[in-house]
Ligand binder design. Structure first.
Ligand code: SAH
Ligand code: SF4
Ligand code: F3S
Length: 442
């Protein structure tokens, strides 16, 4: 085991994935080399997620596996949302951990590494009291074509089930100058797709004099020469204003996809969740998208079995699925989380009932996706080629509306198509992806 090597494993959402890219860049700038196995690393880091109980358990299982390595010169660090949530309790639960650091403190990572190297075995970064965002020149990006850019950190909402406001702190927007400079630099480096990130990108507000809102920022990023696709995630329906749809309509670089998490189709449940919109208000946003100039793919997140959810509430969620016709969705069983308001709610839905509802919901959605994907047979869509599936002899493509469209290329002369944009004709469809043939001869 040599010094100055690190291993990092990342759990959770894209924000975490991108945070890890920044942490990796920062560590490499300090002379650390990344290794692929925790056994080979001097510094072992877990960037954790605590959105549901299962996610939180993962890091403790990992740490448990390495208990016997304690005191052998290996340094363990817990980063991210579990770190922020559990704080110094982690030192008791896993005494071989020396670093506990939440995402709001990554700007201090350099000095924390110095402390660890000096032998300090209780280093923490747990303050949420910061106006700073984690802008670093050292980001180590994973994908050669698509790059994430954080535009806003934290969350000022207080959804009754959610830990994020506690684990990521209050909202902090980056200046538009800083976002634009990063996007231009990425374009110059050859990236063609940009994904703007935040727990609620819609509430982005430029802190500098320009004062851009999210729609204005979207429009400007889409105008950067060399950028062919811009995506963003995630949206809160309450802050999803008409101007965002107008900005998307005005420039096709802004991808044909909106992820608009609804959580429930029942206004009563939405109120209990403190989501700040009714079913009707949500449906108005869906109308904007359905009557827009382009055809947008809409996806969502649903929670089943929130405390007090009745059969009737659940039936309204199923009905909403039919009305909106989502192209895909993430569905979750409600998981009680520390610090959240819903922890005190009575009328818990039993585990078996949550499971039953989840299965019904997923079956219904599967049927919708089979139907909607089949409608695309014969259509031609532009894909960004993301890779190759050797076993199937197919290239892996992604459409602007975020579908996977894998395809064969008849006259390929063996050159890699990765990173190219190509028109593909859809020939077959399944519930989760499409298959096609390249519509041009390369
Ligand atoms: N900021 C995003 C959500 C981030 S968390 C938004 O407002 O939509 C991603 C998803 O996890 C949420 O949309 C929700 O569906 C789910 N989720 C969050 N907390 C949960 C909990 N306690 N139990 C089950 N699912 C949860
Ligand atoms: Fe959580 Fe709600 Fe904030 Fe999304 S908007 S991160 S669900 S509190
Ligand atoms: Fe998980 Fe934190 Fe993201 S709780 S979903 S990693 S913001």
């Amino acid at each position: 085991m040599s010094g100055k090597t690190f291993y990092i494993e990342t759990f959770g959402c894209q924000m975490n994935v991108h945070d890890s890219e920044k942490v990796i860049g920062t560590l490499m700038a300090q002379g650390y080399a990344q290794v692929e196995a925790p056994e080979d690393a001097h510094l072992v880091l877990y960037n954790t997620c605590s959105i549901r109980d299962k996610a939180e358990q993962k890091v403790f299982n990992r740490l448990q596996n390495f208990k016997r390595d304690a005191g052998k010169g290996k340094i363990f660090g817990v980063l991210g949302c579990v770190a922020q949530q559990e704080g110094e309790k982690i030192f008791d639960r896993a005494p071989h951990v020396s670093l506990v650091c939440g995402s709001a403190s990554y700007t201090r990572l350099g000095e924390m590494l110095v402390q660890l190297e000096a032998g300090n075995r209780h280093v923490t970064g747990l303050s949420l009291d910061t106006d700073e965002t984690f802008d670093t020149p050292f980001t180590r990006r994973d994908n050669p074509h698509r790059a994430y850019i954080t535009i806003i950190e934290g969350c000022d909402k207080s959804c009754a089930y959610c830990v994020v406001p506690f684990t990521r702190g209050p909202e902090r927007s980056r200046t538009s100058e800083s976002v634009m400079a990063e996007a231009r630099r990425l374009a110059a480096e050859g990236y063609t797709e940009i994904q703007l990130l935040g727990q609620n990108v819609n509430s982005y507000r430029d802190p500098s004099a320009a004062g851009w809102d999210f729609a204005a920022l979207l429009g400007r990023v889409a105008e950067i020469p060399g950028i062919r696709r811009v995506r963003y995630t995630t949206s809160h329906p309450r802050d999803f204003v008409r101007a965002i749809v107008d900005a998307m309509d005005a420039n096709a670089v802004l991808c044909d996809h909106v992820h608009l998490p609804v959580q429930s189709g029942s206004t009563r449940m939405l109120a209990a969740m403190d989501r700040l919109y009714t079913r009707d208000q949500y449906m108005r946003r869906i109308e904007w998208l359905k009557t827009a100039r382009r055809r947008y793919s809409i996806t969502t997140d649903i929670i089943v079995g929130f405390p007090g959810e009745t059969e009737e509430d659940f039936a309204q969620t199923l009905d909403l699925l039919e009305k909106v016709e989502y192209d895909s969705l993430f569905s979750f069983k409600y998981s009680p989380r520390p610090n959240t308001a819903a922890l005190a709610f009575s009328d818990r839905v039993p585990e078996e009932e949550k499971q039953r509802r989840l299965v019904i919901l997923q079956e219904k959605q599967r049927a919708i996706q089979i139907r909607r994907n089949a409608e695309l047979i014969g259509a031609v869509r532009e894909v960004l080629v993301e890779g190759r599936n050797q076993a199937l002899g197919q290239w892996i493509g992604r459409t602007s509306d975020n579908r996977t469209l894998n395809f064969t290329q008849a006259d390929s002369n063996g050159d890699s198509l990765e990173g190219k944009y190509l028109p593909v004709r859809v020939t077959r469809s399944g519930p989760n992806s499409l298959v096609g043939e390249s519509a041009t001869v390369v």
